[in-house]
Design a protein. Sequence first.
Length: 101
Amino acid sequence: MVKFKIEWSTEARLDVVDILDFYIKRNGSSTYSRKVYKRINHNIQLIAKNPHIGVKTDDPDVRALITGDYQIIYEIIEKGILIDMVWDSRRNPIDNRYIKK
């Protein structure tokens, strides 16, 4: 099985940092943040192995893998997989650029 190379957008990296930082501040510890990061990273590895695992979005080139409270929004590109956004599903959906307004 071919494993696709993962690339991250700046926005996606910042999304993960924001999510992890939120839990560190809320819990006063990084323990839960490490669990969240492991879960997100595990699901990104699943995408790398099977890029069509996510559901199609309003944009035909973009897919989303829903994992717990998060959506990993990505594109299949020539070089591999581009992680566009890691979306906390509890946020206001109007902020998500992949949902039609």
